[in-house]
Write a protein that binds this ligand. Structure first.
Ligand code: CP
Length: 329
């Protein structure tokens, strides 16, 4: 068990080793139990976290802020629009200055081909740990909560369990590719067989897919890609975990109108009861939320017996508290 994570950043999913992720989840389960029993756990008393958001959030903001308060510290919500960043504060200045005010800096910056580089630039100059609240490449805290939820529902031995990471249609906006990328990187390390499904125009970053395939090889798990126009049904067959969400055709086009046109040709990629029946009878349905209801997923499925979306959202709180307690104490 690797327990010394003091001062560490969490920016990419593989920044923590498998053993370190196991430590995070052990601590997360302990903190979840403590909260259920109303046991105080002020591990970060008098510590502060900056939460710098360049994009909107419901779960990430709420869970980091509540988590810091429950750990005895304080989280400062900082909307980038209300800072001097637009007037010249550089990533270096944010790292240098916030690194001196705060004991941790959490950042959400999802701009394509920019967000991850920005977060790494802040990290280069910060003396405090940097926590990635989602960038253009990774969403590591969502993935830790997802893994925690899968442990709860399917047990700790995930060998031969099949997770389908599938694209789904959405009408609201072209969503980032960070969630599927984090999932395919992390899940093979915990024994899961991964099936990645998307229409041909919605591929993920080749470098990330290559890293995920290398993880699958290292841990002896299966890794399949289904990249055809009607691949959702094929992918769902005999799955234990269905994780179907939308993402934008970012590697196909930078043009939002063209991206929307491509996206609109795949309206049949919706998770509904008929498709869920192709998976195992005890399969669970996961989504990080927000979901486009009755477009990405039907109400019947997201509100149905197989859906675990609210446990998944809750586990954001416990997983994040664990990482903050380990890195900022
Ligand atoms: N899943 C997730 O990150 O939700 P928010 O965008 O609301 O933070």
């Amino acid at each position: 068990m690797q327990t010394y994570l003091h001062g560490r950043d969490l920016i990419g999913d593989l920044d923590f080793s498998k053993e370190e992720v196991e430590t995070v989840l052990d601590v997360a389960f302990d903190l979840k139990r403590k909260r259920a029993l109303n046991e105080p756990h002020p591990i970060l008393r008098d510590k502060t976290l900056a939460m710098l958001f360049f994009f909107s959030s419901t779960r990430t903001r709420g869970s980091f802020e509540a988590g810091m308060a429950q750990l005895g510290g304080h989280a400062a919500f900082i909307d980038s629009d209300t800072t001097q960043i637009a007037h010249g504060d550089t990533a270096k200045e944010i790292g240098e200055i916030f690194g001196r005010y705060f004991d941790g800096i959490a950042i959400r910056q999802c701009d394509w081909k920019f967000g991850n580089a920005y977060i790494n630039e802040v990290a280069k100059y910060s003396r405090a740990p940097i926590l990635n609240m989602q960038c253009d490449i990774y969403h590591p805290f969502q993935c830790l909560a997802d893994l925690m939820t899968i442990f709860e529902k399917k047990g700790r031995d995930l060998r031969k369990k099949k997770i389908v990471v599938s694209w789904a249609y959405a009408a609201s906006y072209l969503k980032p590719i960070s969630v599927p990328q984090s999932l395919i990187l992390q899940m093979p390390r915990f024994g899961m067989d991964v099936t990645l499904a998307y229409p041909p125009e919605f591929k993920l970053m080749p470098d990330i897919v290559a890293q995920a395939q290398a993880q699958a090889k290292k841990f002896g798990t299966a890794f399949e890609i289904v990249a055809d126009k009607n691949g959702m049904e094929k992918a769902f067959k005999d799955a234990d975990v269905i994780y179907a969400k939308s993402w934008g055709p970012l590697l196909t086009t930078d043009d939002k109108n063209e991206g929307k046109k491509i996206q609109d040709s795949y309206k049949h990629w919706i998770t509904d009861e008929a498709k869920m029946k192709l998976a195992k009878p005890d399969a669970i349905y996961m989504h990080p939320l927000p979901a486009d209801r009755n477009i990405e997923v039907t109400d019947d499925v997201i509100d149905g017996a197989q859906s675990v979306v609210y446990d998944e959202a809750e586990n954001r709180l416990h997983a994040q508290k664990a990482v903050m307690a380990l890195t900022m104490s």
